[in-house]
Design a protein. Structure first.
Lengths: 438, 313
C-alpha cells in the first residue's frame, strides 16, 4: 500500500491533463468564407522584393531547376526557394506543411485529397479568369483540378491548381524484339496486343514486363477498362461522381485479362515482388517485349534502349491514357498569392514547356517542343496528340480516394496471385470508393 | 530504501518541528517527502508517456483527419477495428511475430549460452560482439539489407541456384506464403543476440556449487541444463521475453521497409496499419483506437508474462 500516494497523484495528474485536453482535437472550423470565386485579383508580379517558397517531389519538380532561373531572369525581384521531398513522404506531410505557420507558398499537388475540404489551398478561379487559363488549356486538362462545393467531388466547380506539364501512361515496346518475333508494327487493338503477347511467349521472350510490388498491375487494368467503357463514362468514377461504380464491363475485362495473362505466363510469376523501378531496369535490359508505364520513365528507357525504345498510346477503339498534370496550387496562408499566381502562369509558357519536356513531361501545347523522329520523345508527342484528339486522358484510379492506392496495391497483388477472382477484386475496390463517395 | 528514508525524515521531523503541529499533518507530510524524490522522473513519465497515451485515448473517440474539424464518434472507431478483417488480421500477425521475436531467439540463446559457457573460448569477446551486432544496427538499415537478400535477383536465390534448388527460387517478399516467415526471420536474427547475451551473463551468476552437486548426483550435461541452468535463468528469461515480446507486438520498421504489409495484407502488422490510417487515410481517430487496443493487449500480455515467470517464494 506504500505505492498508493504515487498512484493517486499520477491519477490526479492524469485527470488534470485530460481536463486540459478535453476539447475536440484539431482547430475549430474557420469562420472566414472560402475565397470568393469572383474576387478581384491583380495579374503580374508586384514591385519590390518578394520571396516565394515552392515544394515538390524530385521527379515532378525536376524541371524547376531550369524554370525558376528563367522566371527570375524576367522578374529579378522575385526569389523562389525550391525544396523537394520523396513522393511518399511528400504526400504524407503536405497537409501538415500547408496548415503550419511556415506554410510554403506554392505546392505541388499530386491529388486534391482533403486540401480543399480543409481550406488549405487557394481558390484559383479568379486567377484562371484573369489570366485566361480556361481558354488556354483544353477542358479535360483542367477538370482534374476542379473541385465541387462539397470539397471532394472532382471534375466540376472552381479551379484549385494550375497544370505545368503532363504525364501519360501508355505502352512501351522493344522494337528490336518485335522485329525478331516478326511483328510488323506496334499493336493497334487489344486483340493485336494479345496476339503479340502469345507470339512473344512462343518465341521464348517475357511478353510483358510487370512489377506489382507497388500495385502497378492497376495500370493495364485501368487502360483496358477505360478504352472498353469509353473515356467519358470511365472518368466519372475517378472523379468520384455520385452513383458511379467500378463494376463495369471494361474493368471486368481488364481484371480478367490480367488474370489470364498470368495463367498463360505472359509476365513473371514474381511480379508481386518486383517494384516499378525494378521492372524498368529489367525492361531496359531486354527482359520484356512490352511494358506498361508512364512517360516519367521515358528518359531512362530511351537512354538505355536508344533506337529500340518505342511508345504508343494503349491500343483500343479510342486512344486513351492514364495521366495527370504536374500541377501546382497556392497555400491559403501565402502572403504573396499574386506573385505565386504569376509564377503559375509562367508554367504554361514556352521556357517551362521545354524544361519539362526534357524531363519526360508533356506540355499542354506540343507545338512548343520538338523531338528527333524515331526517338522515344517523338513517340511520346505522337501518342499525346492522339490521346488529346480523342479526349482520352483520364486521371489515375489510385487517386479516386485517399486510400485507393493502398487498396489497389493489396487487391491487385491478391488478383495476380490468384487469391481472389476478378469479381471479388472489383467488389473490394468499389467498397473503398463507396466509403468516400457512396 | 525509500521507506527507511521516510522513517528517518519522519523521526527528524518529530524532534525538530514544534510539537504544536497536529500529528496527522506531520504524518502526511512525512509521506510526501519520499514522493518528492521521485517527482522529476514521475513528471517526465507523466508528460511524455501517460499524457500522450491519454491524448491518444481521447482522440480515439473522435472522427478526425488530423487537420480539419473533428466530430464525436463515440465507440465507432473501435467498432470499425473489430469489423475490418484487415485490421483484425494485423493483430493476429503481431501475436504471430512473438514466435519469431521471442520464442525462437530465447531457445537459440539458451542453447548457444549453455554451449559457450561450458567451453571457455579464446575468441569469446569476438563471438559475443558478432552475435550482438544486429541489436545495435538501426532497424531500417536491417530491413533494407534483408529486403535485398530476399530479392528475386538477391543472394538468397543465388544461393539456392548454386546448390541446385533453382525450382525453389522466388521473389520471397512478394509471395503470399513466404513473405511473413521471411519478415519473421529478421526478427529472430535481431533478437537472438540480445537473448544470448542476457542468458550468458545469467549463467555466469549461477552458483557453481549447484553444478558440482548435480554432477555428484550423477547428472549429465542435459540433466544439468534442465535442472540447474534453466531454473537459474528464470529472471533473465523473463527480461528477454518482456523486451522481445514488446518488440514483436510493436514491430513497424522492418515490416514497413521490407513489404509495407504486402503482398495483399499478408504481412500487415498494427504498426504499419496505424501509420497508414494516420498519414494516408487521414483517419487519425481510428488509428488512435487501434493504438489503444494494441497497447492494452500488450499490457495484458506483460501481466500474464509476469505472473508466469514470477519467482515462487
Amino acid at each position: 500500500m506504500k505505492s498508493l500516494p504515487s498512484v493517486k497523484s499520477a491519477l490526479s495528474a492524469a485527470a488534470v491533463l485530460l481536463a486540459l485536453g478535453a476539447c475536440a482535437p484539431g482547430s475549430s472550423s474557420s469562420d472566414e468564407p472560402a475565397a470568393d470565386a469572383n474576387a478581384a485579383v491583380q495579374t503580374g508580379v508586384p514591385s519590390g522584393p518578394v520571396e516565394l517558397n515552392l515544394i515538390a517531389t524530385p521527379e515532378s519538380g525536376a524541371a524547376m531547376k531550369d524554370i525558376i532561373p528563367a522566371f527570375k531572369a524576367k522578374h529579378p525581384n522575385v526569389k523562389i526557394n525550391y525544396v523537394d521531398t520523396t513522393y511518399d513522404d511528400y504526400n504524407k506531410s503536405l497537409n501538415l506543411a500547408l496548415s503550419s505557420d511556415t506554410s510554403p507558398d506554392i505546392v505541388l499537388l499530386n491529388a486534391v485529397g482533403t486540401t480543399v475540404k480543409d481550406q488549405l489551398i487557394l481558390n484559383l478561379q479568379p486567377y484562371a479568369k484573369a489570366y485566361g487559363w480556361e481558354t488556354a488549356y483544353p477542358a479535360g486538362q483542367l477538370n482534374q483540378w476542379r473541385v465541387a462545393k462539397d470539397g471532394t467531388t472532382l471534375g466540376s466547380g472552381d479551379l484549385y491548381a494550375a497544370p505545368a506539364s503532363f504525364s501519360q501512361v501508355g505502352l512501351y515496346y522493344n522494337k528490336a524484339k518485335l522485329k525478331k518475333l516478326g511483328i510488323a508494327a506496334a499493336p493497334a487493338s487489344l486483340e493485336d496486343l494479345e496476339a503479340a503477347l502469345a507470339k512473344a511467349k512462343a518465341g521464348g521472350e517475357t511478353p510483358l514486363q510487370l512489377g506489382n510490388k507497388e500495385g502497378h498491375a492497376s495500370f493495364p487494368i485501368q487502360l483496358i477498362g477505360q478504352s472498353t467503357d469509353g473515356p467519358a463514362a470511365y472518368a466519372k468514377w475517378v472523379f468520384g461522381e455520385g452513383g458511379a461504380t467500378f463494376d463495369t464491363a471494361g474493368n471486368a475485362k481488364g481484371a480478367q485479362s490480367i488474370t489470364d495473362w498470368g495463367t498463360k505466363g505472359y509476365y513473371s510469376k514474381d511480379a508481386n515482388g518486383i517494384d516499378l523501378q525494378g521492372a524498368v531496369d529489367k525492361f531496359t535490359k531486354g527482359d520484356g517485349v512490352f511494358f506498361v508505364d508512364g512517360s516519367w520513365d521515358s528518359k531512362k528507357i530511351g537512354d538505355a534502349l536508344r533506337g529500340d525504345a518505342g511508345f504508343v498510346a494503349f491500343p483500343g477503339p479510342k486512344a486513351t491514357a492514364i495521366g495527370t498534370s504536374v500541377a501546382y496550387g497556392i497555400s491559403r496562408k501565402s502572403k504573396n498569392a499574386q506573385a505565386a499566381a504569376a509564377f503559375l502562369d509562367f508554367l504554361r509558357g514556352p521556357e517551362a514547356a521545354k524544361a519539362s519536356f526534357a524531363q519526360g513531361f508533356l506540355p499542354s501545347d506540343t507545338s512548343t517542343v520538338t523531338a528527333e523522329p524515331g526517338t522515344i520523345s517523338a513517340d511520346l508527342i505522337a501518342a499525346w496528340n492522339k490521346v488529346n484528339a480523342d479526349d482520352g486522358l483520364i486521371g489515375f484510379n489510385n487517386n479516386a480516394t485517399a486510400t485507393m492506392n493502398d487498396t489497389l496495391v493489396a487487391e491487385t497483388q491478391k488478383l495476380i496471385a490468384g487469391k481472389v477472382d476478378p469479381a471479388t477484386f472489383i467488389r473490394a475496390v468499389q467498397s473503398d470508393w463507396a466509403k468516400t463517395h457512396g | 530504501m525509500a521507506d527507511s528514508l521516510a522513517n528517518r525524515v519522519a523521526v527528524r521531523d518529530r524532534t525538530v518541528v514544534a510539537p504544536a503541529t497536529p500529528v496527522r499533518a506531520r504524518r502526511s507530510r512525512a509521506r510526501l517527502v519520499p514522493l518528492l524524490y521521485t517527482a522529476p522522473a514521475l513528471l517526465f513519465y507523466a508528460a511524455f508517456v501517460i499524457a500522450p497515451w491519454l491524448h491518444s485515448l481521447w482522440i480515439s473517440f473522435w472522427d478526425w483527419n488530423g487537420i480539419g474539424v473533428a466530430t464525436w464518434a463515440g465507440l465507432d472507431n473501435y467498432r470499425e477495428i473489430l469489423a475490418d478483417p484487415a485490421l483484425r488480421l494485423s493483430l493476429v500477425h503481431a501475436f504471430g511475430l512473438i514466435l519469431f521475436y521471442s520464442v525462437i531467439p530465447i531457445c537459440f540463446g539458451l542453447v548457444l549460452a549453455a554451449l559457450v559457457a561450458n567451453v571457455p573460448w579464446k575468441g569469446m569477446p569476438f563471438v559475443r560482439t558478432v552475435i550482438f551486432l544486429p541489436q545495435i544496427l538501426p532497424l531500417v538499415a536491417v530491413g533494407s539489407v534483408w529486403k535485398l537478400f530476399f530479392d528475386d535477383d538477391g543472394p538468397f536465390n543465388a544461393l539456392l541456384r548454386a546448390v541446385g534448388l533453382s525450382d525453389l527460387t522466388r521473389a520471397w517478399l512478394g509471395d503470399f506464403t513466404w513473405a511473413y516467415p521471411a519478415v519473421g526471420v529478421v526478427g529472430t536474427w535481431v533478437s537472438t543476440g540480445l537473448c544470448f547475451l542476457l542468458l550468458y551473463s545469467g549463467i555466469g551468476k549461477i552458483d557453481p556449487a549447484l553444478y558440482e552437486a548435480a554432477r555428484l548426483d550423477g547428472a549429465g550435461a542435459i540433466h544439468e541444463f534442465w535442472h540447474v541452468t534453466m531454473p537459474g535463468l528464470r529472471r533473465e528469461m523473463s527480461v528477454a521475453a518482456t523486451v522481445t515480446v514488446i518488440a514483436a507486438l510493436a514491430s513497424f520498421d522492418v515490416v514497413y521497409v521490407m513489404t509495407a504489409g504486402g503482398p495483399g495484407e499478408s504481412t500487415l502488422v498494427p504498426g504499419v496499419a496505424i501509420y497508414r490510417l494516420t498519414f494516408t487515410a487521414g483517419q487519425v481517430g481510428t488509428a488512435c483506437a487501434l493504438a489503444v487496443v494494441l497497447s492494452l493487449l500488450t499490457c495484458a500480455v506483460m501481466f500474464a508474462l509476469n505472473r508466469l515467470t514470477r519467482e515462487k517464494t
